[in-house]
Design a protein around this ligand. Structure first.
Ligand SMILES: [Zn+2]
Length: 140
């Protein structure tokens, strides 16, 4: 499948068997499955959510939002644990209001899972670590 690089956003073709083999980007040599959430912007969004074939879990958040702050650690832990199933990305709804509007985000934190441009799951409100894990396993 085609996987975008978290560092340079270049597309790489990786076979399913190689996903567990710590694949590297052919353009910049960064690990493709870094296990760390990436920052999504209007500029890189389409590359990671539409062109990349690896499903992406997106956390819509804002600086002033208390529940978002406490959820951030839960989200990062899941990014590390599910690095071979999902890419994790964060949209700062204040810096990227057009992305929030595009997905009709009315409350934060909000989570969506996108696979090749299609929303396959969404969730409004923070989840506990256990609930997030269950939600991710149910949709992978
Ligand atoms: Zn790269």
């Amino acid at each position: 499948m085609l996987i975008s690089c978290p560092q340079c956003a270049g597309l790489n073709r990786v076979s399913d068997q190689r996903l567990s083999d710590n694949p590297q980007c052919g353009h910049c040599q960064s690990p493709l499955l870094s296990g760390v959430p990436i920052t999504l912007t209007a500029q890189n969004f389409s590359r990671h959510a539409n062109q990349s074939e690896f499903p992406i879990v997106i956390d819509f958040w804002a600086d002033w939002c208390g529940p978002c702050q406490s959820f951030a650690a839960t989200f990062s832990a899941a990014a590390s644990r599910f690095s071979q199933q999902y890419r994790f990305g964060k949209v700062d709804t204040q810096a990227q209001p057009q992305l929030a509007a595009q997905f009709g985000i009315r409350s934060i934190p909000s989570l969506i899972i996108i696979k090749q441009g299609t929303i396959i799951a969404q969730q409004a409100g923070a989840l506990s670590g256990a609930d997030l894990q269950q939600w991710l396993m149910a949709n992978s």
